[in-house]
Design a protein around this ligand. Structure first.
Ligand SMILES: [Zn+2]
Length: 246
């Protein structure tokens, strides 16, 4: 059963990962700007509705130039991450499958947000809030299927705790932005279902992962305090569940 779950998660992630470049390309815009509506090279507008967003690979449909990050990189990263998460979570019951779906969704949304953060140093609020709403719904379904209301309580408590810690860090000038605080709250929602060890790891691992890069940046430019922290937050949460299982 488990090999089939790992294989399915990997195949699904490979497909989704190869569609991420267009989403990253369109969402990576400065604050206050609408999502990109056209190719920057040939200026031809993307197809309307979903067809302009859900596109395999990197190529512009018109001039065929590359748009967004390389799709094999995103697809490979998401496939490996999803496979390991499925293996570590090893779902057997319905609620565990629902939680695996939540983690897989978090990995997809997290990778998209990480790419946008690296490109334009921001985490688009509507996307973060939409992810939070879907994940909270999935945790609610898992809690009610398992008949364990504590799961939802833990999830909300972990979300508040992580948001509180990161808000404090943002206020004391730890190089965080409010986007990081909101993302930490979203990650807390799912980390809370994996237990408090996972929450603790999810709170501390981003710092450990970001430290080498932060030190190098400060050496290059001591005034450079803001680091795109989204990728480290997402990587920390995923690493936490891979280390602890769910
Ligand atoms: Zn083009």
């Amino acid at each position: 059963m488990l090999p089939a779950v790992v294989f399915s998660a990997g195949v699904l992630a490979a497909g989704v990962g190869s569609m991420l470049p267009r989403l990253v390309y369109r969402c990576a815009v400065p604050a206050g700007c609408p999502p990109r509506a056209a190719c920057q090279h040939c200026r031809i507008r993307f197809r309307p509705a979903l067809w302009g967003w859900v596109v395999l690979g990197n190529g512009c449909g018109n001039c065929e130039r590359n748009l967004g990050p390389a799709w094999p990189l995103l697809s490979g990263l998401l496939t490996a991450t999803s496979g390991v998460m499925a293996w570590r979570i090893a779902p057997l019951t319905v609620d565990e499958f629902v939680l695996l779906v939540a983690w897989l969704l978090l990995a997809c949304a997290g990778l998209l947000l990480a790419c946008v953060d690296v490109t334009v140093r921001r985490l688009p609020t509507p996307f973060v809030l939409a992810t939070a709403a879907i994940l909270a719904g999935l945790v609610g379904v898992a809690a009610s299927t398992a008949r364990q209301p504590w799961m939802l309580v833990n999830s909300l408590a972990a979300s508040s705790a992580l948001a509180g810690v990161y808000l404090l860090l943002a206020l004391v000038g730890g190089g965080m932005g409010m986007g990081d605080v909101r993302l930490a709250a979203v990650l807390g929602l799912v980390l809370g279902t994996a237990g408090w060890t996972a929450v603790l790891l999810g709170a501390t691992l981003p710092y450990l992962l970001a430290m080498p890069s932060a030190v190098m940046r400060l050496r290059r430019d001591p005034k450079q305090r803001h680091l795109p922290f989204g990728p480290y937050l997402v990587a920390g949460a995923i690493l936490a569940v891979c280390l602890t299982g769910a």
